[in-house]
Design a protein around this ligand. Structure first.
Ligand SMILES: O=c1ccn([C@@H]2O[C@H](COP(=O)(O)O)[C@@H](O)[C@H]2O)c(=O)[nH]1
Length: 231
């Protein structure tokens, strides 16, 4: 199965990234708008990015009571987006209400369940009271999410193989925690290279800093797309 790149737009405003976005129009298909840009610029940022011709993944990681999340999904579904995230730790009922709302308001919206954040180590997870390993917890939450009606998950690339064994093959696996082999350490702990993630079975890889901290971000994005095409 082919793996595609999602370019992370972690900046306060689309204006900050305009030169790179113009260079990558027609090359990169998907971009991700996250908490930084959405908090600063709101839905206008999503519309502006969509106007460039990109498919937008709105990464809001919704996590609240079922009614509140369902209504937030309905609001988000009015925007030109193709993917939206909720936290699987919100539980079965929250995800069922979210899936129903997405189905009613935007049937083609891919609602993704965030499992265990890619920044969390086993020790960090244990501190939150979860005795399971990240892999065990991701598989548990992945099963719960798909039982609740979600068709895609956000996980680290380290959990792709166990999730592929545990879940139906059509479940989309979207993986941040992507780093080049020689990467300096940062807040991501469960990491893999783009090519290895693709070969392991990621549907999408999500990449931000390795592209935007490169001297030529557009060239870095193109290099990752080339790596994916030969994986
Ligand atoms: O578990 C998760 C869920 C979401 N993210 C988001 O992905 C990007 C990763 O950016 P990098 O700069 O490549 O680390 C970022 O927007 C996160 O909010 C994640 O990293 N892990």
């Amino acid at each position: 199965m082919a793996c595609d790149l999602i370019l992370v737009l972690d900046a306060p405003s689309p204006r900050d990234l305009a030169p790179v976005l113009r260079q990558l129009q027609g090359t990169v298909r998907w971009v991700k708008v996250g908490l930084e840009m959405f908090t600063a610029c709101g839905p206008d940022a999503v519309r502006e990015i969509a106007d460039y011709g990109f498919n937008v993944f709105l990464d809001l990681k919704l996590h609240d009571i079922p009614n509140t999340v369902a209504k937030a999904v309905a609001s988000a579904a009015r925007l030109p987006i193709g993917m939206l995230t909720v936290h699987t730790s919100g539980g079965r009922e929250m995800m069922q209400w979210a899936a129903k709302s997405a189905h009613e308001h935007a049937p083609h919206l891919l609602l993704l369940g965030v499992t265990v954040l890619t920044s969390m180590s086993a020790a960090g997870l244990a501190e939150t009271g979860v005795a399971a390993s990240p892999e065990q917890q991701v598989v548990r939450l992945g099963r719960l999410a798909t039982d609740s009606g979600l068709r895609g998950l956000v996980c680290s690339p380290l959990e792709i193989a166990p999730l592929r064994s545990a879940l139906p093959p059509d479940i989309a696996l979207v993986t941040p925690g992507i780093r080049p082999r020689d990467a300096r350490g940062d807040d991501q702990t469960r990491i893999m290279t783009p090519g290895d993630a693709a070969r392991t079975g990621a549907t999408f890889i999500v990449v931000g800093r390795p592209i935007f901290q490169a001297p030529d971000p557009a060239a870095a994005a193109r290099a990752i797309l080339a790596e994916l095409s030969t994986a």
